[in-house]
Design a protein around this ligand. Structure first.
Ligand SMILES: C[S@@+](CC[C@H](N)C(=O)[O-])C[C@H]1O[C@@H](n2cnc3c(N)ncnc32)[C@H](O)[C@@H]1O
Length: 246
């Protein structure tokens, strides 16, 4: 039989749509409250401990899980509604799952969790005075070894819609250290900083967030990033930095 390119592409399209539908159903069956698609990205409102087992493999997990220090109830963060999502740190089972399903991981607050020793870590210098009442810097554990890197950005220099919102340029910077990422997953999406940065860099993103209010904020920010198109070209790391990661 002669090869028919139109028939072939119609079959490929049907197969892709069928696979998407099946994945959508698996995620809803796992307990998701809703799923929103933004360009090539997928945003899930639900409990990541239930959703992760049905997501499949991704290039990288880049996330900022609950540290277990009740940060969202801190009186210094008066502006934000008090919620209890930070009462306990993310446990070893969930961390193990994130590591098994991805080629690389960048985990903010890695010093709070049970993770193996790694030479590779990133520091966010919050550019605050010595007598600043909160932490002056934060650490991200990386799953591969490289000389540690530091990013300086004032924690008080940007508006926040979430009590622990990371700056967008910090997230673009840290995504730039991944080698050939295609899909980035953040199971603790919060206000969507990882997602908006990933979309700006032209990456596919999967985000999961339990809280309906934060999910709305994340979805809006990621939709805005998608509407602006890929503004930034990866990798933001310099040639010297990239060479040092090989
Ligand atoms: C540290 S915050 C993430 C902040 C984020 N990096 C940002 O820039 O906005 C952690 C988030 O995880 C969410 N969360 C906690 N437990 C969760 C769970 N089991 N599944 C999904 N999200 C969860 C919380 O609601 C919170 O928004």
């Amino acid at each position: 039989m002669d090869y028919d390119p139109l028939d072939d592409s119609a079959k490929s399209y049907d197969a892709a749509i069928g696979a998407m539908r099946a994945r959508h159903e698996r995620i809803m069956d796992a307990g998701a409250a809703r799923i929103e698609y933004v360009g090539a990205s997928m945003l899930v409102q639900g409990d990541c401990s239930k959703i992760l087992p049905v997501i499949g493999r991704v290039s990288a997990v880049v996330t900022d899980p609950p540290y277990g220090i009740n940060i969202s109830a801190n009186p210094v963060r008066q502006k934000h509604s008090k919620k209890d999502w930070d009462a306990a740190p993310v446990g070893p089972d969930l961390l193990g799952q994130m590591r098994d399903m991805s080629d690389a991981q960048i985990i903010w607050g890695g010093n709070y969790f049970e993770l193996p020793p790694s030479q590779g870590f990133l520091i966010w210098d919050k550019a605050q005075p010595q007598n600043f009442s909160l932490a002056q810097c934060e650490l991200a554990w990386c799953s591969w070894g490289f000389p540690a890197k530091m990013f300086r950005r004032s924690v008080t220099s940007y508006d926040k819609e979430h009590p622990t919102q990371k700056p967008l340029d910090l997230m673009r910077w840290c995504l730039g250290f991944l080698r050939n990422p295609i899909t980035v997953l953040d199971p603790f999406m919060g206000s969507g900083a990882t997602g908006a940065a990933a979309v700006e860099l032209g990456l596919k993103f999967i985000g999961i967030e339990l809280d309906a209010e934060y999910f709305e904020v994340a979805a809006r920010r990621i939709r805005q990033a998608e509407a602006q198109g890929g503004l930034f070209n990866p990798p933001p790391a310099t040639e010297e930095e990239s060479a040092s990661l090989l």
